[in-house]
Design a protein around this ligand. Sequence first.
Ligand code: GLA
Length: 412
Amino acid sequence: MKKGLKLLLLAAVVLVPGWGTAQKWEGLADTPQMGWNSWNKFGQNISEKLIREQADAMVAEGLVDAGYIYLNMDDCWHGERDADGFVQPDSRTFPSGIEALADYVHSKGMKLGIYSDAGRRTCAGRTGSFGHEYQDAIQYARWGIDYLKYDWCSTENINPRGAYTLMRDALRAAGRPIFFSMCEWGTNRPWEWAAEVGHSWRTTGDITARFAGNPRQRGWGQTVLSIIDQNAPLRKYAGPGHWNDPDMLEVGNGMSVNEDRAHFTMWCMMAAPLILGNDLSKMTDDTRAIILNKKVIAIDQDRLGVQGLRYKTENEIEYWFKPLENGDWAFCLLNRSTEPVECDIDWQEYNLTDDEVSGLSTSFDAITYDIENLWETNAKKAKTGTTKKALKVTVPGHDVALYRLTPNQKKK
Ligand code: GLA
């Protein structure tokens, strides 16, 4: 090859997005994504009317202000492909088309997410992206889509890393920044290879609105506790730009208030994506109080981006620590049993160093922290003293206690 031609090709590969060395879109996932998705509550029964209603509720309920900006359609928005191979929405349920829906959602200050699958068919049997990856990415970009959840049904024997990288490159080449949420259920250990491919990857099979008990089948029908157990050991793989995704939230979908609170808290402790899965147009005050607790959300969204660590489990209580910005820590007690458990925390027993990820130490022997109870709504009562004194708390069954520890600034 002539030298000039070689140089030209090299320049093209380096400079043109989508050529050879394509990368995922950067800067979209500095903190875990927040939003809503249709699947957990509405399953296959979605329509543009439903999505618009949920968009209105997102705004009216103050969820957008709280950070929930993605409104994501899951499976079953699809019709078939047109004569040129471009995928079309289901004309019965989305008669105005996806572009009009995206305009509407954008006008409300939110972003619109869509769903597809690396196989020929989605999990519910709709049109998949196999063989049409670049064309689908172009279609999403034209419509104004901001987020793609990419599933793993009917993939036969295709290579997972190859399939997800292909769609990453297609999204990049289409020219519109689109968040790439990989939904491969952890089957091929995506945490080991996907940091450069997607912004988040599912680590387990599908969640259900059950807190405990045996998963219904291997992989599927997961519970909150079974998911925590699978996701907790993966903390070293998560960080800004690439998150472990223990599946979408089931808050407001039928568990007890205690269980909903524990579920939401643990997702925040694990720096998980916070994708709501309930009907936002019909929420109880209890659900609102959970998903709109800004101090708890701040634990999830902390800029340090470290997934919390399960320090120990004793008498059915799990002791969790999450290092935060500016020397703060989140500390959480999770009660796995159905009975209340009394805990007496002598902080000196928790001088730990997070060797695996952040290298940070709690240093309770050297630093005194102020303690704030993040689920106590009375501001005065929420200030729970300092780590100079032991903390006594009774954690109700299937519930949590959650605290933010901040180095005490008082002059000695
Ligand atoms: C899979 C995914 C779910 C959901 C359904 C849709 O099971 O894991 O989150 O998207 O497909 O059919």
